[in-house]
Design a protein around this ligand. Structure first.
Ligand SMILES: C[S@@+](CC[C@H](N)C(=O)[O-])C[C@H]1O[C@@H](n2cnc3c(N)ncnc32)[C@H](O)[C@@H]1O
Length: 318
């Protein structure tokens, strides 16, 4: 029978307690998971768990899941677990997961990023991360020192999606937007007062950085001025604005659909240029194809190049 931890002085419980503060989490490069559901979601997300602590009588199903994932499980008195996380309700499970706070350039950006301009509420932050990750967006960009995506409330609200995201951090919203622009992103800021309707945004087909704003003040003026587009989700009635979590979900969904259309438009333009050259002169002018492919990423250009070669070959066989 393994020993049951009965003291808060135990090293594992000390590690747990250190994760109560944002600086503690940053120093440890980890976060705390509480409860069977969140721990199960974290394992399913492929997170690395350093260890788990179970109260006597804790669920067997979680025990076997953790054993399969190779996570060390230690037994502890329930009262000690509860004290360690300062909760007034029963605590059956705790676990410490690894979490990189700023992946920086170690992991490349995808083609869509969500930029948080001082969004504060943990419930909103968790909803944003959960929705973005659920819609295929992994890059979540914080733009100050304060925004904390690693607290228990954010992790809970995100259903552990924070552990699937690539978290990035800049000093200010303007710095984030400038850097993303240099990386080739088209900047789309959102506001309930914008003139342009989001559904009519003329996207170029480049990667998109969506900026969403603070619950009270919205996106700051400097970022609004720097953005390529400032767009609005139409609302009716007397509503002044949508909840930022809900608005982010709508924006990610609609802008990704618009991006697909923009890239389809580019593909059609490339095909049209190739076919038109072939019709007119029997060969494909380098310039026509280059022009049509401008704005595509290296990988997309390669794929389209292959596709256009096949169009050309078929044309020749005819
Ligand atoms: C509660 S709103 C901020 C309200 C603030 N009073 C303002 O005027 O912007 C928080 C964020 O949700 C997003 N949002 C809310 N309603 C929106 C809408 N109708 N269209 C686009 N974005 C919206 C924006 O990113 C906004 O900054």
């Amino acid at each position: 029978m393994p020993a049951v931890i009965a003291s808060l002085k135990d090293d594992h419980l000390q590690q747990v307690r250190a994760l109560a503060s944002r600086t503690g989490r940053a120093e440890a490069g980890g976060c705390l998971l509480e409860g069977a559901a969140l721990i199960t979601q974290a394992v399913e997300a492929g997170a690395t768990l350093r260890f788990a602590l179970a109260a006597e009588g804790a669920a067997d199903s979680v025990m076997s899941l953790l054993a399969t994932a190779g996570v060390p499980v230690l037994m502890a008195k329930e009262s000690v677990l509860r004290q360690a996380v300062r909760l007034n309700r029963p605590v059956s499970w705790l676990a410490v997961a690894e979490l990189t706070f700023d992946v920086g350039d170690e992991q490349p950006y995808g083609d869509f990023a969500v930029v948080l301009d001082r969004v504060l509420d943990p419930g909103n932050l968790g909803t944003i991360v959960r929705t973005a990750v659920g819609l295929g967006v992994a890059d979540i960009v914080c733009t100050d020192d304060e925004t904390d995506l690693t607290s228990r409330r954010v992790l809970d609200a995100s259903r552990a999606a924070v552990l699937r995201a690539r978290l990035r951090r800049y000093e200010t919203p303007a710095e984030a937007v400038r850097d993303l622009r240099e990386r080739g992103f088209e900047i789309v800021a959102t506001s309930g007062h914008a003139r342009t309707l989001q559904g009519a945004t003329p996207l170029s087909g480049r990667p998109v950085a969506l900026v969403v704003g603070n619950e009270t003040d919205g996106v700051g003026d400097e970022v609004l001025a720097l953005a390529d587009h400032v767009v609005r989700i139409p609302m009716s009635g007397e509503v002044e604005s949508l909840n930022v979590g809900v608005a982010t979900g709508i924006s990610v969904y609609e802008l990704r659909a618009l991006m697909s259309l923009a890239s389809l438009g580019g593909t059609l333009a490339a095909i049209a240029a190739t076919v038109s050259d072939l019709r007119n002169s029997g060969s494909v002018g380098e310039n026509a194809q280059e022009r049509a492919l401008a704005g595509f990423s290296e990988a997309e250009r390669e794929q389209l190049g292959d596709f256009l070669r096949r169009v050309r070959d078929n044309f020749r066989e005819d």
